[in-house]
Design a protein around this ligand. Structure first.
Ligand SMILES: Cc1cc2nc3c(=O)[nH]c(=O)nc-3n(C[C@H](O)[C@H](O)[C@H](O)COP(=O)(O)OP(=O)(O)OC[C@H]3O[C@@H](n4cnc5c(N)ncnc54)[C@H](O)[C@@H]3O)c2cc1C
Length: 303
């Protein structure tokens, strides 16, 4: 790893941190160290980082704002590439917006709403990055990123970059082609919005935000929805019906506000969260014969 670190530093890719605790980079405040964490200073720096990674055959992991992540206690081997400052450019051209993969979705939706651009009202309370939203096809209130995305610029492991169209992204419920089929890093996205009445957009966003505050533990360290909805059922409702709200293992607790959120009630480890997830899955299977699959991305070294 020393050679990798040396080359990344020589190439001046941006911040290069060794043994960086990932608890500092996840919203649930859990996660062991990354061997190396790079915060690239621009798009070229992401390309350079990928070149070094490939040359040395080390593992890479892209992260954004860590709002859908459970990083295991042993951390992540190899290079973690965090898209944030450096990839947070944004340009508006009429109804089209070009935005960096590291741009905050909350900041984006707020910013464009003030310009009277509609299409991202659903995203006003999603605390992720544009790249993470594209990877996850993040959504809420009956909409998702696939409704507005025209194309995304993806850097693949072999060092090539390609614009993938909306169709090529193969979006469906909380999934995209990036998840398994074509792993890559979303560097930039082009979105098509619609000019509408500014006040109506801002009011809708406020309504969505208020609803969130009333129903989700937004001020507690958490990682969003833990389970995908086993449609037509709702994960949160099943957990509540099963009497599991408030159930706690170690520092991990099922939110009293929303059954599909696990909060870090203080000092939680990834193991606590995994044990709680397993307990919920077992209970729901026994009570309702329904399999619950995780929406939160569980990453890192297992043992
Ligand atoms: C309080 C709260 C509320 C939430 N509400 C919602 C909601 O309503 N709807 C919803 O969909 N989600 C919600 N989430 C989950 C989360 O915000 C979204 O999934 C978001 O899109 C994740 O973005 P991120 O930048 O934080 O990604 P991360 O958590 O950093 O990463 C998530 C996954 O995306 C990948 N990834 C990240 N950046 C990139 C990139 N640039 N290129 C390729 N892959 C990348 C990572 O490898 C990882 O597998 C919520 C989370 C919280 C904490």
């Amino acid at each position: 790893m020393d050679k990798v670190i040396q080359e990344l530093k020589e190439l001046q890719v941006g911040k290069v941190l060794e043994n960086e605790p990932l608890a500092n980079h996840t919203t649930i405040k859990i996660g062991g160290p990354a061997d190396v964490l790079v915060v690239p200073k621009d798009i070229q720096a992401v390309r350079d980082t990928m070149k070094v990674v490939k040359k040395h055959g080390v593992k890479w992991t892209a992260i954004g704002r860590g709002s859908n992540l459970l990083v295991l206690d042993k951390g992540i081997r190899g290079v973690v590439i965090k898209l944030g400052a450096g990839l947070d450019h944004m340009e508006i051209d009429g109804e089209q917006v070009t935005v960096g993969g590291g741009y905050s979705v909350v900041r984006l939706s707020t910013g464009i709403s003030k310009k009277g651009l509609s299409g991202l009202e659903f995203a006003s309370g999603i605390p992720g990055s544009v790249g993470g939203a594209v990877y996850m096809n993040a959504g809420a209130h009956g909409s998702d990123i696939s409704r507005v995305l025209v194309k995304a610029l993806i850097l693949f492991e072999d060092g090539t970059t390609e614009w993938l169209t909306n169709e090529e992204m193969e979006f469906s419920y909380r999934t995209s082609v990036l998840q398994n089929k074509r792993p890559g890093i979303c560097l930039e996205a082009v979105l098509k919005l619609e000019q509408k009445e500014r006040d109506a957009i801002v009011a809708q966003m406020q309504k969505n935000k208020d609803y969130r505050k009333e129903t989700q533990p937004v001020s507690n360290p958490c990682a969003g929805s833990i389970f995908r909805n086993p449609l037509p059922e709702h994960a949160g409702r099943l957990v509540e019906q099963a009497g599991l709200k408030g159930h706690q293992i170690g520092g991990a607790k099922v939110s009293e506000m929303h059954g599909n959120f696990i909060v870090n009630a203080g000092g939680a480890t990834a193991k606590d969260v995994l044990d709680l997830i397993a307990y919920i899955q077992k209970t729901i299977k026994e009570k309702y014969d329904i399999d619950m699959h995780t929406e939160v991305e569980i990453i890192g070294e297992k043992r």
